[in-house]
Design a protein around this ligand. Structure first.
Ligand code: G3P
Ligand code: MG
Length: 238
């Protein structure tokens, strides 16, 4: 199973609706997005702490209101073809994924540990108010406090612990947080580790794999889902 990373980051500007449309056109059934809080506690799709790389804005995203952020150009940096593309709120993004029947891995992105609970609380509010089918969602984070809050408040949505290297205490962490999946950087994954995680009954998903041969090897190891920036397999649009 392939999951478009940040939408489909090699084809369209990351974490935008244009990226979602690109993933859909390439036949992806899953996308991964990064979500963080604005100054006025809205949930917006964005990866970096600072605005410069992916918009024409300046400074920290967290220090800008949604009204300010909604004016920015989030496409021109990628290509003139995408000039005028806007940042998008999680709620609006999920309306479109529902229409397209695409599943979403929402990565809760923390640039400050003090945002862990505000972010988790806001995610619960937005998902409880929205029309989205929880079965279409998988929430992941590097931040344990965020996952623990969701475990208490929104247990019906599947959760994944996100790590770079798989830590020695991975099984205790997954059990304690009642996670269904472990997401890791494939560079550090060994075949015995993959075997151990899968044998223990967890899904194992790997980021970010842009080489088809590498993806094939991981699939042979039993990895369930691979995050990719590229359409590794060209498939017809649905
Ligand atoms: O969720 C997998 C992957 O996106 C984690 O790393 O930095 O691309 O958000 P990053
Ligand atoms: Mg991410």
């Amino acid at each position: 199973m392939l999951c478009g990373h940040r939408g489909l980051a090699s084809v369209a500007p990351e974490n935008t609706l244009a990226g979602l449309e690109a993933a859909h056109q390439h036949g992806f059934r899953w996308v991964e997005i990064d979500v963080q809080l604005t100054q006025d506690n809205q949930l917006v799709l964005f990866h970096d702490k600072h605005l410069e790389r992916c918009t024409n804005g300046r400074g920290q995203l967290r220090q800008h209101s949604w009204q300010q952020l909604s004016q920015l150009d989030a496409g021109r940096w990628f290509s003139p073809e995408f000039a005028g593309e806007r940042l998008v709120l999680l709620s609006d993004y999920l309306m479109r994924t529902t229409q397209l029947n695409i599943k979403v891995n929402i990565e809760l992105k923390l640039h400050s540990a003090s945002d862990a609970l505000p972010l988790a609380k806001r995610v619960c509010q937005v998902l409880e108010q929205g029309q989205v089918d929880c079965a279409q969602l998988l929430i992941s984070s590097f931040n344990i406090a965020t996952l623990a809050y969701l475990q208490q408040q929104l247990a019906s949505i599947q959760r994944a612990l996100l790590v770079k290297r798989i830590p020695d205490n991975w099984q205790i962490l997954l059990q304690t947080l009642d996670c269904q999946a472990l997401h890791c950087d494939y560079h550090y994954l060994t075949q015995p580790q993959a075997h151990e995680v899968i044998q223990a009954g967890y899904q194992l998903n790997c980021y970010t794999v842009n080489d088809p041969l590498q993806a094939e090897t991981l699939a042979q190891w039993g990895v369930n889902m691979i995050f990719t920036d590229k359409p590794l397999q060209q498939r017809p649009a649905l």
